[in-house]
Design a protein around this ligand. Structure first.
Ligand code: NDP
Ligand code: MG
Length: 395
């Protein structure tokens, strides 16, 4: 029986993954090794019972007693803390879902690749902050990283059976988010509540705000560069408000392959779960006649500077991705706390990238996980300072 673990099981991607595991037999179809979550202990316990997991882990030590109570008498092991999550990743499995949000998702993904096997990668921060390291570990242990982000799954599917040398360009689609047609003056005043209301996709809070600011697309540009080994110039962004075309690949002969589907992450998760086969998935079937039309427009990098910043990050390489991601996460927290404005996020991230480059704060070599975590920590400190001085200047 296939052994599987889900990191970030209680999140948006995690719940969809658990749903698919259940539809494909649950504890009878899979041997579920570890499920991990954060604060949502009741849900984690429910999932662990339903799938008869070996082990349930919460990221937070203070929730261990609750988790223990919730799973008392089931025989399911419990544990807490980041160490325990990394230890859970060290238990051998054939298939791992990496769906913890943020930089915290990096280590469990890296550790799980030591068994070879498949790493279904939703956590986009892993490739953005530590692409070199992820690839090195995968090669070393014969692990296979499969994309779960919908765009990258689309590209991956469009590339099946194709020769890498035949790729001319990759066209990454973007919904444009809830502020797609907002003028710049209005964007300054956008609130977190408005930013989380994504028109098409139902996602976690942080990634929803990242979609509104296009930092999500910026991360995905870097992710594309890392996943498919194409140059930054080969990647284009296309705004497509209906989110039906998940991305496209253009080949040297001028042909373009597009991947279409309803906006439901279970498509990409299910593809990674069943790869290299396809299995029936509970997705709404696409009815193009009903949809009627698909629209496209070029992205506006003046209102959404994150795209431009991503190109800069790819140009610099090394640990710049770790700095970019950390600065983005810290400014996102500040925006969610109403400490800075929506448009301040990109301004501050750009400033942090510039000052860290100028001061040569970055060790260029991505030697190991520690070098990535050090860059992440340094960038968080710089960003916190930059936010404070930004607030002081605004008085
Ligand atoms: P959610 O916020 O919905 O879920 C995050 C998961 O991680 C939850 O299980 C949460 O636990 C857990 N978690 C939170 N903080 C920590 C931490 N410090 N340590 C360990 N676990 C933690 O996120 P999403 O499911 O939306 O996204 C997960 C990843 O997938 C992200 O990297 C995102 O960018 C990526 N992704 C998401 C897509 C989507 O449609 N949602 C699409 C493409 C990529 P709890 O909730 O119990 O506190
Ligand atoms: Mg995506």
């Amino acid at each position: 029986m296939r052994r599987v673990s889900v990191f970030g099981a209680t999140g948006s991607i995690g719940c969809n993954t658990v749903d698919l595991l259940q539809r494909q037999g649950g504890g009878d179809g899979f041997h579920v090794v570890a499920l991990t979550g954060g604060r949502n202990i009741a849900l984690l316990a429910r999932q662990a019972r339903a799938l008869r997991a070996e082990l349930a882990v919460t990221a937070y030590e203070e929730f261990l007693p609750d988790l223990r109570d919730a799973l008392a008498g089931t025989g399911i092991e419990v544990a807490a803390g980041n160490r325990a999550i990394a230890e859970a990743a060290a238990r051998p499995v054939d298939w791992t879902m990496s769906a913890i949000v943020g930089a915290a998702g990096l280590e469990p993904g890296l550790v799980s690749m030591r068994h070879g096997g498949i790493l279904a990668l939703a956590n986009k921060e892993s490739l953005v902050t530590a692409g070199d390291l992820m690839h090195r570990e995968a090669r070393k242990h014969g692990a296979r990283i499969l994309p779960v982000d919908s765009e990258h799954s689309a590209i991956f599917q469009a590339l099946q059976g194709e020769d890498h040398a035949a790729i001319e360009r990759i066209i990454l689609t973007a919904s444009g988010g809830p502020f797609r047609d907002w003028p710049l003056e209005r964007l300054h005043e956008a609130t977190p509540e408005q930013a989380v209301a994504h028109p098409n996709w139902d996602m976690g809070q942080r990634i929803s705000v990242d979609s509104a600011s296009m930092f999500n697309k910026a991360m995905e540009l870097i992710e594309t560069h890392e996943f498919f080994d194409v140059t930054p110039d080969q990647i284009e962004v296309l705004v497509h408000p209906q989110s039906i075309i998940h991305s496209l690949v253009g080949f040297v002969d001028g042909a373009v392959m597009a991947h279409l589907g309803p906006p439901d992450m279970r498509g990409a998760i299910g593809y990674a779960l069943n790869w290299p086969d396809r299995a029936p998935l509970p997705l709404e079937r696409l009815d193009l006649a009903r949809i009627g039309r698909l629209d496209f427009e070029a992205p506006d990098e003046t209102r959404f500077p994150a795209i431009r910043l991503a190109r800069e990050v790819m140009r610099r390489g090394g640990l710049t991705g770790a700095v970019f991601n950390a600065a983005k996460e810290v400014t996102l927290d500040a925006f969610l706390d109403h400490r800075i404005r929506f448009t301040d996020m990109a301004v501050i991230v750009e400033k942090v990238l510039e000052t860290m480059d100028r001061h040569h704060d970055l060790q260029d070599e991505m030697t190991d996980l520690q070098s990535v975590l050090a860059a992440d920590a340094a960038a968080r400190k710089r960003t916190t300072e930059a936010i404070a001085s930004h607030q002081a200047n605004r008085g």
